[in-house]
Design a protein around this ligand. Structure first.
Ligand code: ADP
Ligand code: MG
Length: 713
């Protein structure tokens, strides 16, 4: 390691911070390449660059033993002769390779001259690569070749790591083997520095291998079993520290942020009791009642509430939110509700206003298109505390929006808002942050919820209001559109309304628009007697709203739209949802769209139109939609199909940059990690025990990399 300039204070630098350029055979230029291509800067980065698979280099196959679909093969034999063939981009060098059982072809399409010059015909080689079966014989494209030398010992035991490389690294002749050698160098020096990162108690109880053993085996396992143990240990550790951080944040917040204390009095004249006894339009479901109790308990606890309310579309979250707002208002505070789009904000406003008007509670709506005069008026009424409920888009995050005393902030459709925006809401109040209720209609698989919202408490409405008929979902091919239109006509004749949704075409807004307009024209031709609304992303908010209102008031019968209607819009009389090119939609979107119907008492239908040609994944998505209406089941399938990185809302959350664990596959380990973290914090919330020192130390080193830990400990 380097010596410090004697004048400067000594910097305690860990072995793991050593730059990789100090490794044998690396140097500054190579190091640069690793920095930019793989973001590997230090020894620590390097040994955490885990191989994506392993190969067994102890096993030799004969040519006769090869079979179709084997991932790779290692054979020993003789390069019989070579020849060039083909022209242009088909030009190739063919090496005929034989052992005592048969012959295969080795193929090179690049570096032909260099290979032809350097290959030694009639010599014995060890050849390694992925065999392909074509025209009755096997071949290997661009094999790894090594002259067989009986004096060099063959690798004894163990699996060889294979590391991901980029195109650029390959061009600079960096191989997986070289990375392996670099890792080997570091691991050989590392043992005195590699400290255990989990407490012995957890290691013992979960039957985990040690950190040192795991780091060795994740790169150079002796057996398949050792590799599995290493993966298991490292996945557990990774998930454990994420859960520990989230749970600790939750704990810290509960200690640091006192909540406003809202009491539920039995007085008959509280808004809450008046509403409950005189104005409740329907009996609440048991799930709604349970969730309201959970929220009340939080809001009266003296700690700030941070609760996620999950409930499928149509499960009745709005009224739950309203009832909770009343509790805040009864206690002299104000409430707000933030929605991701203007359409939604307006709809929430209109829905809540009906209730608020019954009680004489003043409510306002603030969006980007609120006129200046009204805006000023709202600002003033809020500051004076006259306006009790404010609904809006993120316009209500602006600094000019000041409450007299904001007691409850409800955020609808959380996945569109970032964690930072959540935090900005907290700052709306000087003396105590408002209670925060995050509502989402996008069911999230448990594992993901645990990770994305692991710092929140969770309530689930797992029951739809009684009397709802499950939506019937069918899959129809484009060729049957006329019959589908016939079905829509029947529904319209019964006084119902229908949605027809077209996909957004990602590459081109223009194409999306054309697609939609073509669709609109064919719908208009097919239904000359009907009034048709159209809503798309390029319309102004006012125009969109105008069309939505026309549809809602039944002036129009068919709504042709792109996915702008996806979220939250509520038109109970609509009974048909037709999704055009349904194969272009993700599962979450399809589920959201379907949730737009089935909101009244009538039987509703969802018709998924597709082309005959469907990819395997698209078929799974469509089949899942036809099979079930359970949002949680659908979200699980979505997670399996797409992996966590692509689910909505996950990108903004850094927690998903996992090194080794996989939220789609490692649900069991995640649950164990969360349990372990919970138990640990219950027993030792400040991590002060001797036993838990490895954790403190590890957090210390993690903190250097990330700032997220800095609020803790
Ligand atoms: P979401 O959870 O999707 O936001 P909403 O709150 O919009 O659902 O409710 C959907 C519809 O169901 C609304 O029309 C609402 O008035 C109605 N609703 C909510 N709760 C009940 C209930 N317990 N019984 C009957 N209808 C209900
Ligand atoms: Mg809603």
């Amino acid at each position: 390691m380097q010596t410090e300039n004697p004048a400067s204070p000594p910097v305690r630098r860990s072995f793991f911070d050593t730059k990789i350029e100090f490794l044998k055979g690396v140097g500054p230029q190579r190091a640069d390449l690793f920095n930019t291509e793989l973001r590997i800067f230090t020894y620590g980065d390097l040994i955490q660059y885990y191989p994506f698979r392993h190969e067994d280099r102890t096993k030799f196959y004969t040519i006769r033993e090869m079979f179709e679909g084997m991932p790779y093969v290692q054979i020993r034999g003789k390069l019989d002769y070579i020849e060039e063939a083909g022209e242009g981009h088909k030009r190739r060098l063919i090496g005929y390779f034989i052992d005592s059982t048969g012959e295969i072809e080795l193929l090179w399409f690049q570096g032909i001259q260099w290979q032809a010059k350097n290959l030694k015909v009639k010599q014995e080689y060890v050849v390694f690569g992925k065999p392909q079966y074509f025209n009755g014989k096997y071949s290997i494209v661009h094999p790894e070749m090594e002259l067989y030398d009986p004096k060099t010992p063959l690798p004894t035991g163990g699996l060889q790591p294979v590391y991901n490389l980029t195109e650029k690294l390959r061009k600079k002749f960096v191989t997986s083997k070289q990375i392996g050698q670099m890792v080997r160098q570091v691991l050989d020096q590392v043992s005195p520095h590699l400290r255990e990162t989990l407490p012995q108690d957890i290691i013992r109880r979960r039957d985990l291998i040690s950190k040192a053993e795991a780091m060795e085996s994740i790169h150079f396992p002796k057996t398949v079993h050792a590799l599995e143990q290493a993966k298991n240990r490292l996945k557990f550790e990774e998930l454990f520290y994420i859960q520990l951080r989230l749970l600790k944040q939750k704990l810290v917040r509960k200690v640091e942020y006192p909540g406003q204390v809202f009491k539920n009095t039995p007085d008959a004249d509280t808004l809450l009791n008046v509403f409950y006894r005189q104005h409740l339009p329907f009996e609440l479901t048991d799930a709604q009642k349970r969730v309201i109790r959970e929220i009340y308990r939080d809001m009266s606890s003296g700690k700030q509430m941070n609760r996620l309310l999950q409930g499928d579309v149509g499960s009745g979250k709005t009224i739950v939110a309203f009832i909770c707002m009343l509790m805040a208002i009864d206690n002299g505070a104000q409430a707000c509700m933030m929605a991701p789009t203007e359409i939604l904000a307006d709809q929430h406003y209109n829905g809540l206003k009906q209730f608020a008007d019954m009680l004489g509670v003043r409510i306002g709506c603030l969006t980007g298109s609120t006129r200046a005069a009204l805006r000023r008026d709202i600002h003033q009424q809020l500051q004076l505390g006259m306006m009790k409920i404010l609904v809006g888009t993120h316009a209500l995050l602006e600094d000019v929006v000041q409450f007299k005393n904001l007691g409850l902030a409800v955020i609808d459709e959380q996945h569109r808002f970032g964690v930072a925006q959540r935090a900005r809401l907290w700052q709306k109040n000087d003396h105590a942050p408002p209670h925060v209720l995050v509502m989402t209609a996008t069911p999230i698989p448990r594992t993901l919820a645990m990770t994305l919202y692991g710092d929140l408490d969770v309530s689930v409405i797992d029951e739809l209001p009684a009397g709802r008929k499950p939506i019937k979902t069918v899959h129809r091919y484009d060729a049957h559109r006329l019959r589908v239109f016939g079905f829509i006509r029947e529904q319209l004749q019964q006084g119902r309304q229908a949605y027809i949704v077209y996909p957004l075409i990602e590459e081109s807004e223009k194409m999306s628009y054309k697609n939609l307009m073509d669709g609109y024209e064919s719908v208009a031709r097919a239904f000359p007697e009907c009034h048709i609304s159209i809503v798309h992303g390029q319309m102004s908010a006012g125009d969109k709203d105008f069309e939505m209102q026309r549809f809602l008031s039944r002036e129009t019968h068919i709504m042709v739209a792109t996915t702008v209607i996806e979220v939250g819009v509520n038109v109970p009389n609509a009974s048909v949802m037709v999704v055009e090119s349904a194969e272009k939609f993700g599962l979450a979107q399809l589920h959201q769209l379907r949730g737009r119907v089935g909101r009244g008492a009538d039987q509703s239908y969802c018709i998924l139109m597709t082309d005959y040609k469907l990819s395997k994944e698209a078929r799974t998505r469509i089949e899942t939609m036809v099979r079930t209406t359970d949002g949680f089941e659908i979200s699980e399938v979505d997670l399996q199909l797409r992996g966590p990185g692509d689910l909505s809302g996950t990108q903004q959350s850094g927690v998903l940059d996992l090194l080794i664990a996989d939220l789609a596959k490692d649900q069991y380990i995640l649950q164990e990690a969360r349990d372990a973290a919970t138990q640990l914090l219950e027993a030792d919330p400040d991590l002060t025990s001797y036993e838990n020192q490895p954790i403190r130390r590890h957090i210390e080193s993690l903190r250097k990399e990330e700032t997220n830990w800095s609020r803790i400990s």
